[in-house]
Design a binder for this molecule. Structure first.
Ligand code: DAH
Length: 339
């Protein structure tokens, strides 16, 4: 019996060594030490042997089983290493090569920052350097913040100039960034210096100078003793930074319900006067609606279209280019992602 076991062990170990893959190893394992394996069979039958043989045969069978088991796992490791080495030999990649398209002569270009985003960031930087905060407001506004608090009650004719997308719940898509003034006053106390740059929506017939979605910047400064002089200084600084050092400005009296007095500001650009923005001293009624005492505080506010400013700056002739996603248009503002 002991001789027989030794022979079995030799045979099993030879089979393990000869096995060329995991499947064969599995079969060898089943043949010898699996549940119905031959060495397992001997272990199971130990109890039926004469008493004096049980010890030595049991021991020998256990040793044989362990030897085969160890040989199996050693061979498995060996086969795996071989497979990996073969993979490394056949499937390697040279990471220093240019990508396939570039090799074939196709030029890859990076993305670019949208001109409106680029100017928005530039303007925010100018205002941050003057100590202004930047604020966000909701695109979906209520009647009070978009109109009522800005001195445009329900039947006010100025509402007609801002063709409004009304929502079924009575709210609306903000038609300008001015409601952010009211929200800032409601939630803060003077001094308030802030700008809000963001999207606005109007129910417009689309053409080269009208979009139904465009971008505005709203700026305002509320404190004791704020005057038109402060407003001029801030606006001049903005326009010099984003347009041109030599830009000249002039104010014309104008009417907006939320400022008194109200003005339009024109700038000289490339030798011509251009109408650019609305501004004025925040109307006492608006201050009151924001919870600020107009007998103590005053403020200025201004609003302008960012899209129009980009058109002016880059000589873009059609507003619709900004939203139609044509890459040939957008790539002209190249300069890469660092924008
Ligand atoms: N909200 C105005 C509009 O969209 C622009 C504007 C004009 C804003 C005068 C102001 C302002 O803050 O003082 O047409």
């Amino acid at each position: 019996m002991l001789d027989e076991l030794q022979a079995m062990e030799r045979e099993a170990l030879a089979a393990v060594r000869a096995a060329a893959d995991g499947d064969v190893l599995g079969a060898v394992e089943a043949t010898w030490i699996g549940r119905k394996g031959r060495i397992t069979g001997i272990l199971r039958s130990v109890g039926t042997l004469p008493a004096e043989q049980r010890g030595p045969v049991g021991q020998a069978a256990n040793l044989a089983r362990r030897a085969v088991d160890e040989a199996l796992s050693a061979r498995r490791t060996e086969l795996l290493a071989g497979a990996e080495a073969r993979l490394a030999d056949t499937e390697w990649v040279d990471a220093t090569l240019p990508p396939p398209a570039a090799r074939a002569g196709v030029r890859r270009t990076g993305g670019t920052i949208h001109p409106i985003t680029a100017l928005t960031r530039e303007i925010e930087d100018v205002f941050l350097s003057m100590g202004f905060d930047t604020l966000d407001g909701p695109w979906v506004e209520d009647d009070f913040h978009n109109f009522g608090a800005l001195n445009m009650p329900a039947d006010h004719p100025a509402r007609d100039m801002q063709d409004t997308y009304w929502l079924s719940d009575g709210n609306l898509l903000r038609t300008h960034t001015s409601p952010v003034q009211v929200r800032a006053m409601e939630s803060g106390a003077p001094p308030i210096r802030a700008v809000c740059l963001g999207r606005v929506f109007r129910h417009e017939e689309l053409d080269a100078t009208h979009e139904n979605t465009f971008h505005q910047i709203e700026g305002f400064y509320v404190d004791r003793g704020v005057s038109v002089g402060h407003m001029l200084y801030v606006l001049r600084t903005l326009l010099r930074e984003v347009l041109d050092d030599d830009v000249e400005v002039r104010l014309r009296p104008s009417y907006f319900p939320f400022v008194e007095p109200g003005f339009e500001m024109d700038v000289t650009f490339r030798g011509k006067w251009m109408e650019l923005l609305g501004c004025g001293m925040v109307h006492p009624y608006v201050l009151e609606q924001g919870g600020i005492d107009p007998t103590v505080f005053s403020g200025f506010a201004f609003g302008l279209g960012i899209d129009r400013l980009v058109m002016l700056k880059h000589g873009v002739e059609d507003l619709r280019h900004f939203m139609d996603g044509d890459l040939r248009f957008l790539r002209q503002f190249g300069g890469g992602l660092e924008g």
